[in-house]
Design a protein around this ligand. Sequence first.
Ligand SMILES: Cc1cc2nc3c(=O)[nH]c(=O)nc-3n(C[C@H](O)[C@H](O)[C@H](O)COP(=O)(O)OP(=O)(O)OC[C@H]3O[C@@H](n4cnc5c(N)ncnc54)[C@H](O)[C@@H]3O)c2cc1C
Length: 380
Amino acid sequence: MAVGHAEVIVIGGGTMGTAAGWALARMGREVIVLEQYEHVHAMGSHGGNTRIIRHAYAEGPDYVPLVLEADNLWQKLEQETGQILLTRTGALDISRIGGTHARSARASAEKHGIEFEWLPGSEVSRRWPVWRFDDEFEACFSPGAGFLKVAPALRAMASEMTRYGGRLRTNERVSSWSADEHGITVSTSAGDYSCERLIVAAGAWNGKLLAGLGLPLEVRRKPVLWFQVDDRDAFAPERFPVFMVQDGGHELYGLPITDDPGLKVGEHTGGDVVSPDTVERKIRPSDVTHAVGPFINAHLNGVRVNVADSSVCMYTVTPDEDFIIDRDPRDDRVIFAAGFSGHGFKFAPVIGQHLAALATDPTTQPYPDFAVARFQAAPA
Ligand SMILES: Cc1cc2nc3c(=O)[nH]c(=O)nc-3n(C[C@H](O)[C@H](O)[C@H](O)COP(=O)(O)OP(=O)(O)OC[C@H]3O[C@@H](n4cnc5c(N)ncnc54)[C@H](O)[C@@H]3O)c2cc1C
């Protein structure tokens, strides 16, 4: 006996699942989103309060149209819900000369007409005196960038979804799903659901729920650390742009202080490969001493390497660090969104829209750059 039926069921009410539910409900489609924890939690990939949104996109120029569309959708969501979700601070993408990050950000900006300034390291230190860089470094400053507040953003998408008739079921873990000629069955702790189409957006748990697909996903443990500062005002959004700095094999990012316990600084590179159910959720001394602490000591004034608060988040990384969003090659009624590789949040509204289109319109094609086929061996 099914406990529920919907045209589309979404497994995972995190970043992409909530966005897909919102998009489907907005289109007038019947949707149920199933989430194993509370809606908005710190156990998956959206913990840590804030997320950077950059448009001069160092990860590749092809992401720029997507982030521009996502930015518009975030603004629309703000208007519809009366919430402030996006704060513009500008972004500093910085590399030691010889590194690729800042130059890739500049190349994306040039290709897509994104406003930017190219600055030597000493100019960064002059304009933002909390920074200490010399001309061994170079920076792409893009004023349109900023950050998103995670909980208000996810709650705004969910409230719009429910306003349009979508249903969100929390604290309900999906144990398995199956698809046959009669339809799709999704089994949860509450019973079985049936649906015509399924979207799997289970973040770090995608490897388990999509085991038959053998996706090349690696889950990495990512400590999130907030550090004590001497003067919180010096790191306020009006004075301190979000940043991503590449130096010595590490990439470090950080965001200004709003209502946070301190300055958030994290390492984008590295991270132990873990399982989402057994990941070590306590901070270890090496989480601070490995890269983040030395980076703060080398480049930031007025920040103490004392942890004011911490949490542990997870990246799910693909070999090329691009996403995998596609129909299941075994059954095109099943769509999945996986491998957001530590940079997916900013795109959520546009990914949600794309997932909704893949689920409801057979003529919608997956983005070629995110197709699963790139990881499947060509026939001999
Ligand atoms: C520390 C850190 C910093 C980051 N910084 C940025 C940034 O600055 N900018 C940016 O754009 N991106 C950033 N990211 C990346 C971004 O947050 C992720 O790419 C994005 O949140 C991934 O979304 P998701 O939906 O795949 O995963 P999630 O948001 O984790 O959602 C997956 C959901 O599925 C649920 N689920 C799993 N299994 C089941 C099941 N069996 N039954 C029911 N529910 C299930 C989970 O509980 C979870 O809620 C960062 C990530 C981390 C960890």
